[in-house]
Design a protein around this ligand. Sequence first.
Ligand SMILES: NC(=O)c1ccc[n+]([C@@H]2O[C@H](COP(=O)([O-])OP(=O)(O)OC[C@H]3O[C@@H](n4cnc5c(N)ncnc54)[C@H](O)[C@@H]3O)[C@@H](O)[C@H]2O)c1
Length: 338
Amino acid sequence: MRIGLIGCGNVVRYCHLPALRRISSVEVVAVADPDPAAFQRAGAGTITAFERYEDLLARDEVEAVLIACPSHLHANIATAALNAGKRIYLEKPVATTLSDAVRVRETMERTSGNLVVGFNRRRHPLFEQARALVRKGVIGRVRAVRSSFCEHADTLPEWKRSRTTGGGVLIDLFSHHVDLLRWFLDTEVRDVRATIGSEASAGDTARVDLTTSGGTGFQGFYSFRAGLSDSLEFIGEDGVLRVDRHSPRLEIKVRRRGYGLRRSFVAPTRDVSRWWMRRLVHPSEDPSYFRALVAFADPLRSSSGSLATIDDGIRSLEAVIAAESSAEQERTIRLGTT
Ligand SMILES: NC(=O)c1ccc[n+]([C@@H]2O[C@H](COP(=O)([O-])OP(=O)(O)OC[C@H]3O[C@@H](n4cnc5c(N)ncnc54)[C@H](O)[C@@H]3O)[C@@H](O)[C@H]2O)c1
């Protein structure tokens, strides 16, 4: 697959480009970014570079594009890429407004286009194993989920400081966890209650309390003003499972005979073991970017449900927007009525 990268900032520099270079079936043939310094920072080397993404889209040798620019530009660029007949890996969020996200879906339908959304944690081996165990019933029926996702962002790019350009922790961080909630439990978000704080930039801290269509409760804390955290704890009728992106192991506690909990040992899957081996040399690498792009590069797998679809992206954005409406109106919002 010959791919072009649109946007050459941090996530491309630290995650996508190193991952793409490890995939033998992929060749990065072009990059586009209005900031020429971005190519050098990302280590794009001799890859053909454009300052206008339209010029990259005009190249026939570019079969697919990865869009990773400021989030408010996603919809227009994805629409242009679909019209140019490219396959698309679109970083989350699909768009910053629902009407833009729906426009992307309509263009996909009209062009019979192929687009996946970059909710890469779906391809993290530990999250895959956690989901399989939850769905197998290891902790019984899930009654509640606790989530936290924080990044201490001392310096944020300008676009992440304002909601209109895609800033704020709800659209940036919560959007991932609401996708995981839906994916783990095969459920939809029903009622949302949230509060948002803006200390150093718009919406840089938020608390969310929601209920799914299956009646599971979910509480989350998100912040650009707290230390690193990215974990979900599933509280079931028979035990508790915790999955943490900053930890190599799942933590599972199940009911003891009588009273109390005991730790339950689960053997790592083959994919988790492989990741552990790689961690010896690359301790801070997140395997999910590589694995998501491997799946994207294989057309059979990218349509087999292992990656998030446009509908998943829209559902996540709906939950984000419901949380924002809830904070503004100081009331619970039922999805479908925003
Ligand atoms: N899936 C994940 O875990 C994950 C992680 C980080 C970022 N992201 C997403 O990736 C996107 C980029 O995030 P980032 O942290 O790399 O941001 P960044 O600010 O570091 O980089 C954005 C880049 O886009 C460029 N750009 C601006 N306008 C452009 C245009 N018209 N055409 C092409 N490029 C343009 C900027 O010059 C900059 O180099 C965001 O949508 C973000 O939500 C996803």
